[in-house]
Design a protein around this ligand. Structure first.
Ligand code: RIB
Length: 302
């Protein structure tokens, strides 16, 4: 079986449900706080494990109860967590997630241990990067670590998958060279390209500009409008069925995880995108980050 390494953040999510996003200066009442395992990296590793992938997680947590809970949750779906460092005197990452009645959310992340990851820590985990086929990253960890791992992984012939979230503006052109799959949403694409694409043609044009910079395949997720895949060979739009949205948290994370699991199984891009869309369509009908992710056998029944 092909192997996946996910390098990224692990956060404990503090989730509040509230009717609408408050205006500046406004006070609103929310429902009680729920603690849910999250973090874009951990969500992707958890989803890939639960969907049947062979997954190793690399990252960092604090030596606290949240860090332990997050690792245990990953292990419960057979994710190898030996590469998750437990750091002294720094708390595990935390995310404060407001979920609105529309199912949309806004998130503030306190990086904690995620922000302490460094090159030396990763160098000690190179053996698992050597063994993997796909390395999946997001951007809630230091950028120099992402750069270092991206370059090392490309040199070693690995497929690099990047979820540019949270997106960083003004990255040098060199950064994008050799990335196999880049998965921005519309807002992230706007930040990466510095242009606000409005029509489908403008979104295509913005995705093409990332391909010109050296990304092999760009998949722009468009929420209820589906997604768009652009590479040198094809430009294809994939619509999605409407579902009853409860909470969009981890929709993008589960999309990328399902996509990579399917590609590891030898599926074509069309099949992998279709599977990823089915998984994230289930995720948005449930609450929370890792709590919303389905098992592979649930997907087979869908
Ligand atoms: O993508 C959703 C995730 O973003 C949440 O789980 C939160 O922890 C933040 O990292």
């Amino acid at each position: 079986m092909k192997k996946i390494v996910v390098l990224g953040s692990l956060n404990m999510d503090f989730v509040i449900r509230v009717k609408e996003m408050p205006q500046i200066g406004e006070t609103v009442l929310g429902e009680g706080v729920r603690l849910v395992p999250g973090g874009k990296g951990a969500n992707q590793a958890y989803a890939a494990g639960k969907l049947g992938g062979a997954v190793t997680m690399l990252g960092a947590v604090g030596e606290d109860v949240y860090g332990e809970q997050l690792c245990q949750n990953l292990r419960s779906v057979r994710v190898d967590t030996k590469g998750v460092r437990k750091l002294e005197n720094i708390p595990t990452g935390q995310a404060f997630v407001s979920v609105y009645d529309s199912g949309d959310n806004s998130i503030i992340v306190i990086p904690g241990a995620n922000g302490e990851l460094n090159r030396e820590m990763i160098e000690q985990e190179m053996a698992c990067i050597d063994e993997c086929d796909y390395i999946v990253m997001q951007m809630e960890i230091p950028l120099d670590v992402i750069r270092f791992v991206k370059e090392a992984a490309i040199r070693k012939g690995k497929k690099v998958v990047l979820d540019p979230a949270p997106a960083v503006a003004g990255l040098e052109d060199e950064f994008w060279k050799g990335i196999s799959i880049l998965k921005p949403n519309e807002t992230e694409l706007e930040i990466l390209t510095g242009k606000k694409p409005k029509t489908q043609e403008e979104i295509k044009e913005a995705a093409r500009s990332m391909v010109k910079k050296g990304v092999e395949t760009v998949i722009v997720t468009l929420g209820e409008k589906g997604c768009l895949l652009v590479n040198e060979e094809k430009e294809e739009y994939f619509p999605v069925h409407k579902v009853n949205i409860k909470d969009t948290t981890a929709a993008g994370d589960s999309f990328i995880a399902a996509l990579v699991v399917a590609l590891c199984e030898g599926k074509t891009y069309e099949e992998a995108v279709a599977f990823a869309q089915r998984v994230s369509s289930v995720v948005v009908t449930r609450q929370g980050a890792q709590t919303s992710i389905p098992w592979r056998n649930e997907m087979e029944k869908e």
